[in-house]
Design a protein around this ligand. Structure first.
Ligand SMILES: [Zn+2]
Length: 439
């Protein structure tokens, strides 16, 4: 690294530390104290009451009782009638996806009708929308044909050009020939694809290397693609990568100290995902007992993205409609079995597939209906997701040393989890982004 590169890195570090996504900067020495009537810290089983969170710069200095003295000159934010929580983490989003409504051209319109500048503008809207709803970290699981745009949106947030959450990005994602959209066009046409398609372990490893080289924090792989209901009434999913192809990707990615997220519904593709060493299973619509036992053995994370499969069903008497209903039908028992077995479940929505105008807290309701306690559901979007992201103690928790990602709601999310749809205070990296509670 030469001196000029060093200067650039130093500037980036300074910018990240001082300015969080275009919000008012929190100076390194400034002390802010948040009075919290109820405090859910992201790790404890029970809420705490009458606490004060001391924040210096972008980090939490300490969490103290309400009686602790506040030094002169400190800025005090009174949230004593609110519930204060760590900033939320959505482990499955698509900031470059703008819905898949058939009336608006479906998935394909995202790629065929929008140029890269429009897509970047929409991604800018999406990250702001996430942050204003209290999601201070996203694991964004591929750009759907927008190349390495996620790396640059992340850069724009870090340099303070646009407001947005902390991003973990995967860039282009990987599937196989016949394993991703756009499809269904004349075979003579060389259509763009929403993922990087590979065939064989050599191409697989090369794609992972390219994506990691260009800034991927994780690698995303599609292990199943089409799905349908067979004559016996079972959900069947077309597998994509072979175990050998996946192993090349996992081996390469783990060598870089990074992890692999695998889209997998069920069946052959799910088995290959587990045998190939995926770190997280995305969707996991139909998990067998053997799948669950293997996930426990291997420490695999499960990001179920439930809500995405419970809306926008095709008409009942069509193949797509039967598939949509079957997917939801098998998802609930899979989630319940995984929960009972102690699989590590993280909160994820698939926002982008779901319209960004919908509440990002949309999945909590399903998780609680399917048997999670509200506190477990909150942990799936805080400390548990932080552990998956190798950020344990840094995000998803209100504790000394953690980044000051702090949100608040006026009601009690342990009584009604949907209170999380009404986040009224958002602080990210120590900078206040939104405050409708205490002026
Ligand atoms: Zn997705």
């Amino acid at each position: 690294m030469n001196r000029r590169q060093l200067a650039v890195v130093a500037c980036l570090i300074f910018c990240c530390a001082g300015v969080a996504g275009g919000q008012s900067p929190a100076g390194a020495g400034t002390l802010t104290v948040i009075r919290a009537g109820t405090l859910i810290d992201g790790t404890s089983d029970a809420p705490l009451h009458d606490k004060q969170v001391f924040i210096r710069g972008e980090r939490i200095e300490k969490v103290a009782d309400a009686t602790a003295a506040i030094p002169a000159g400190a800025k005090v934010i009174d949230l004593s009638s609110a519930t204060v929580l760590p900033g939320l983490i959505d482990s499955h989003t698509h900031i470059f996806l703008w819905g898949e409504d058939p009336a608006k051209g479906g998935y394909d319109a995202n790629i065929l009708k929008a140029g890269i500048a429009l897509r970047a503008a929409r991604a800018t809207f999406a990250v702001r929308r996430a942050l204003e709803q209290g999601f201070t970290t996203l694991r964004d699981l591929e750009t759907e044909g927008a190349g390495y745009g996620d790396v640059e949106i992340k850069q724009a947030i870090a340099e303070g050009t646009i407001p947005g959450p902390r991003l973990f990005v995967v860039t282009r994602a990987i599937s196989t020939t016949g394993g991703y959209n756009l499809e269904g066009y004349a075979p003579e046409l060389d259509m763009p694809k929403g993922a990087q398609l590979i065939d064989g372990p050599v191409e697989a490893r090369k794609a992972a290397r390219e994506q990691l080289d260009h800034g991927a924090d994780w690698i995303k792989v599609y292990m199943t693609h089409r799905s349908w209901v067979d004559r016996a009434g079972n959900l069947v999913s077309q597998p994509t990568l072979t175990v050998q192809e996946l192993r090349a990707i996992v081996d390469e990615t783990h060598g870089w100290g990074k992890k692999v997220a695998c889209h997998a519904y069920n069946g052959i593709g799910m088995q290959r995902a587990l045998d190939g060493g995926c770190d997280s299973i995305e969707h996991g619509l139909e998990l067998t007992d053997a799948n669950i036992a293997q996930m426990l053995r291997q420490g695999t994370w499960y990001c179920p993205t439930i809500a995405a499969y419970y809306g926008d069903w095709a008409p009942a008497d069509t193949p797509a409609g039967r598939r949509d209903r079957k997917r939801a039908e098998v998802h609930e028992p899979s989630f319940k079995k995984a929960l009972a077995a102690g699989v590590k479940i993280v909160y994820g929505t698939d926002m982008g597939g779901i319209d960004w105008s919908e509440p990002e807290a949309i999945d909590f309701d399903y998780m609680v209906k399917f048997g999670m306690t509200p506190m477990e559901a909150i942990r799936s979007a805080t400390s548990r997701a932080a552990a998956m992201l190798d950020m344990q103690g840094e995000i998803g928790v209100l504790a000394p040393g953690a980044y000051a990602d702090v949100i608040a709601v006026s009601g009690d999310p342990l009584k009604n989890i949907n209170e999380l749809r009404k986040v009224r205070f958002v602080m990210h990296n120590g900078a206040i982004f939104k405050n409708d509670l205490s002026k």
